[in-house]
Structure formats: C-alpha cells, structure tokens
Write a new protein. Sequence first.
Length: 550
Amino acid sequence: MPTFRELMRVAEITVKDKTSSKRMGEIVSIMRRYHVARGLTPEKAVAVLEALGPTYVKIGQLASSRSDLLPSAYCDALEQLHDHVTPLPFSEVIQCIDAAYGVPWTTVFSSIDEEPLGAASIAQVHRAVLLDGTVVAVKVRRPGIVEQMAEDITLMRHLLALAELSTSSHQAIMLSLGNALEELERTTANEVDFTVELGNLVRFHDELASQSGVTSPVPYPRYSTDSVLVMEYVEGAQVDDVAALRAQGVDASALAERLVQSYVTQVLDNGFFHADPHPGNILVRDGDIVWIDLGMTGSLTASQRLLVGRMFRAVATGDAYGLKEAVLGLSVVHGQVDHGALLSQMDALLTEYGTADLRDINMGAAFQEIVEVLRTQNLIMVPSVTMLARGVVTIEGVMAELDPKASVVQIVSQHVVRQAFSPRHVEEKVVSMLTATAESAEALAHLPRQLSNTLDMLDRGEVSVVGDLRVPANALATLYAACGRIALAMISAGLFMGSSILCTTTMEPRFLGVPVLGVLGYVGALVLGVYVIYRTLLSRHQMRNDEKLN
C-alpha cells in the first residue's frame, strides 16, 4: 500500500508544478481510458505506454529485457513497442550540437545531412562528414529528454502508488512494476548519458578486433560529449534481410554460425555483451558482421561466466543437479528456498528436452523457463543474466531466419569444450586454484585460535543455539494416542497383578473357590489388554495407508 507521504507528494506535484500537473492529467486520462484500475494485461500495458509517449515507450523497451523483474508475458509484449516520434527540425539539431561543443558545428564537420538516418525517443542520428573527409554518424540527444524522463519516472512511481491503492487484485504486478522502475531509473540514466555508450563502443570495438569477420563502428571520443556521440558511419544490410545478403554473396549458414560464435565469445570469454541484439542492431557489410547501437550492454564477472557456461552445458547434457547449482550461483535469494523442489523442477524442465536432438533444443525458451521456475522459489537471477536470456531468445530468432538447422546449444557446447582447454582458461583455473589454496591455508592457520575462542565462549555461556524443529501436523495427536494406550496398558497390568494378589486371600464371596473380585480384575485386565493391542495394530495400519497416499 502507498504511504500517506507518497499520496501527499502526488498532490504536491499537482498543485505546485503546472507542467507536472498538466502531464499528470494526461497520464491519468490515458490510464482511465484503458481502465488500468481493472487490471493490467500485457497487451493493455503496451497500448498504455504507446499512448503515453516516447519516454514511456523507451521505459517499456528497457523493461522488456528484465524478465527478473517482470513476468515473461509482459517482456514478450513490451518487445513489440515501437517509437512513433517526429524528427527534430534540423535547426534544433544544429543548436544542440553547437551547445554541446561550445563552438559552431562547422569547426568540427564540413557537412551534416538534414534528413536523419533514424529518430527515436532519446536521440536521432544524422550522417555527417568531418573536416578531414571522414564519413561519420552523429547521434544527437533530444533537448530536455533527461529532465522529461526523470519527471515521467517520478510521476509513474506515484501513479503506481495510486493504482495500488485503487486495486487489490493485482498486487504482485504492482510490486514487480515498482521494482522495475527502481532499476529502470538507473538504466535510463546511462541511456541518456552518451559518455557511457562511448565507453561501451571503445571497449566493444577493441574486444571484437580479435574476431575474424566481426566488428563494430569506430568511435571518435575527441568529438563526443554526454549529448553528442560521433562514430563511424556504417552502411549495410540488416542481418535478417536474406535477399540483401544473397545480393552480397553471403553464405547465410556460415553467417549464422559466425554470429552465434561472436555472441558466445562476448558472453563467455569477454564477459561484456550486446544486450539488445535485435536485427536492426546487427548489420552485414561486405560479408562482415557489424554490431551497432551499444546503448544497452551487459557485464559478467569471471565466476558468472563460468556458471553461465555450466548452465548451457547442463541443459545440453540433461544434468539437473549441475543446472540447479549453476542457477543458484547466478541468483539472489529473496526468501526460503526448497532445494529438493528446485532440483525436481530442474529435472522436470530438462526431461522436456531429454529425447530431443541437440540441434532441436531451444536454449532461449529453456532460459526463460528457468527464470520462471526461479521466481517460484524466491530466487531472482542477477540482471545481467536475465538480459542475456532475452538476448539469446533474439539471437535464436535471427538464426532461424538465416539457417533453421543451426543450434545455439550445439555451438555453445562446442565453444565451452574449446574454452576449457584454451591457455587463457587454464591459466585462470590455475590462478583460481592457487588463490583458493592460499586462502584455505590461511584459514587453517587461524583454525586453532578460532576453535579455542569458541570453546571459551561456550564455557562462559556466551553461545546459544537456535533450532527450528519441524514435525508433521498430526504428530501431536499421534503422541496423545500413544500415551493413552500406554496408560491403559499400565492399568491392565495393575489389574492383573492386583487380581493375582486377591486370589491368594480368603476374601468372600468366592466363585469356584476364587474371590469374585479377583475374577473381575482378571476379566478387566484381559479386556483392556485386548483393546490396547487392537488400537495399536489399527494405528499401524492407518500409518501405512497414509504413507502410501503420500
């Protein structure tokens, strides 16, 4: 539920800021039009974001890669979002460039094409020529977009608070959207700061230099700022334009394998990968693959790269335990985890692919299923891995266009095997083992002192142990029943012993020479004994039936 402070903040924005008030009115009107308070389906979310405008479209596009924050149905729907923006007038583009450089644009460029190559919610791109004659692409940030996105995210957060107040049937979705906004606020800050993309371009271009037939635009840091990005102008066919590729004489099958090899190298070798590999961001120029638009990238640590490799290998070999251990290492725990149930779920997931040929395994779909399973176990994959999951889905879609017979799993499996015997990987493993050995030796050296300290604390009563004993729900009833049978058995034994003593006396009246009271005691002891035996056997029979049912 939203706090009183949040609700008052919404009112404060509406009253004090006329611009925000107007924008708030527009947003509320659109949300009413689509009846958001009655529920938010994936299709409705897309329609609402497109109606809200470019900023929200961009937020939705960024959210589509975050299946750790949103259900896969929403991610799939948000991938279909498209910008519908009017290009900036050329005069405004020139003003933005002049403001970014602090000098007239003519001191850097000899010409800039008035017609943009493309226009989106954050920026638009123009072809230009540097003073030395180099043809470049200039990406210019829209004026006011930084402030607009910050304001819209703030308003969206408050609107989610109001939506939570007005509906109780979609709390889980509201919570997911709230978490998504927190993460997207950080992501959009990087998206609108072109120095971040410049750094990505520089690193990406350097790392692709070792890959044959794969490259990315050459960045020009000297002419780039936080609002203007200058890079090599690339002209080529989209990777899924099969007709254009044939015209270039490109072998589609070989291109598909090279594309996947490039992506796998980014992920498993470099730990720095393109997080938005849709066909529009992958061009083919003279047979070479050119990765463009490095606004969204993902990073993996050395340990995460190893775990991702193990995860791919586990899917390929049907190793449920290996898959479970890998995903646990790549996830953050947000509650109690049932490890037995998780292993069973991983095994069930892999069983679906058990009879399939390696070429027929859809790694992207498996990746998405794993993310959904983790969600049920209070586990959330780290953001970079969920971005990778969406990337793999996209890459497999591109491969299906180029070569339907190609398999991501097969290529990745071969890459993992080669990687295991590569000098770099062997060196990393040796260093890791030596480091672990040194750390273990150091820990072993401290063990006697730590053990002594622990024993001293136990002696002083400074250590307490908290336990959580779990018993079946019917355990107490079973215990009560057992105690009752024991009590009856003791009474039966007492009657038998007492009757035996009475039978040795001359107590009257007598029956067949035996005191009547003694006879009655024997009968009572016999009845109680038979009853205890009957109840014990019946209880065992019921327990066996319960075990069979469970």
